[in-house]
Design a protein around this ligand. Structure first.
Ligand SMILES: Nc1ncnc2c1ncn2[C@@H]1O[C@H](COP(=O)(O)OP(=O)(O)OP(=O)(O)O)[C@@H](O)[C@H]1O
Length: 258
């Protein structure tokens, strides 16, 4: 598996996080997280269960608020936005939840149509249909357009979830365990799709995963969350060139495809 070198704009930071702190009662989860994600870059976040990865992306998406620190997304300080401004900013972010968050009672077409029509006023039928067909063909699900989510396989559901976020042409993608529960072959298909999205749409992404094959092949940089801070950030190779047991443990206990 080989990823083509993406075009990353080093001068354009799309997500900037400084000194982020988040606790739940006495339980400190994030204790001073710093991270920059550049335009066109995929950053993978690794960390043990409960280390705060989902909390981090929920804060970036404005679904949860930090106790301290700065989070700028597409040049906006999210803590300073009104609810309306936050809603507008969220339209530029695609969020792939673990369960793909499809509506079970709607067909695939309706699942894609619903957020699209809601976010664009006075849009005509032909434009809607064209947008749905383009996105479904990008994720190779056009044949499943009239199927219900329950009729789709796990991999198809992940692709449908990605398709739904792509309808709004996001500038940022937040993937929460995109390959979890998938067999290795289907995982590789999702890995390719994540890289296709990055290449074709120049998105800046954060990818949370426990799957080191996914980390290795999607991440331009890997950030490892340990005890509430990023203990190591760099390329896959750089990050794992260490004997630090907090980091090396991920590598030792993972099956990684080349
Ligand atoms: N709304 C909440 N209220 C209280 N505690 C919370 C809340 N959300 C998360 N936590 C706690 O924050 C910690 C980090 O949770 P988080 O879901 O971010 O972990 P994670 O790294 O994504 O784990 P996993 O890999 O298992 O998904 C956990 O201890 C969790 O119990």
């Amino acid at each position: 598996m080989r990823k083509e070198a993406p075009y990353i704009d080093p001068g354009k930071v799309e997500i900037s996080i400084k000194g982020l702190v988040k606790s739940f009662g006495e339980h400190g989860v994030l204790k001073g997280v710093d991270l920059d994600v550049k335009k066109g870059e995929n950053v993978v976040v690794l960390g043990r269960s409960g280390s705060g990865k989902s909390v981090l992306i929920k804060i970036i998406a404005g679904l949860m608020f930090a106790d301290r620190g700065e989070v700028d997304v597409l040049g906006r300080d999210i803590s300073a936005l009104t609810i309306r401004e936050l809603d507008d900013l969220r339209l530029k972010m695609g969020f792939l939840f673990q369960g793909s968050a499809l509506y079970d009672s709607m067909t695939l077409r309706e699942n894609l149509e619903f957020p699209f029509v809601r976010s664009r006023k006075n849009i005509d039928r032909k434009t809607v249909d064209e947008a749905i067909r383009t996105v479904l063909s990008d994720v190779q699900l056009l044949d499943a357009i009239d199927q219900m989510p329950a009729e789709l396989s796990g991999g198809q559901r992940k692709r449908a979830g990605i398709a739904r976020t792509l309808m709004l042409q996001p500038e940022i993608m937040l993937y929460d365990e995109p390959t979890s529960g998938l067999d290795p072959i289907t995982s590789v298909e999702i890995i390719h799709l994540i890289n296709e999205v990055q290449k074709k749409r120049q998105t800046s992404s954060i990818i949370i995963t426990h799957d080191l094959t996914c980390a290795k092949h999607t991440g331009d940089r890997i950030a490892v969350l340990v005890d509430g801070v990023f203990k190591r950030i760099g390329s896959f190779k750089e990050v794992f060139e260490t004997n630090d047991p907090d980091i090396a443990g991920f590598y030792t206990y993972n099956f990684i495809q080349d």
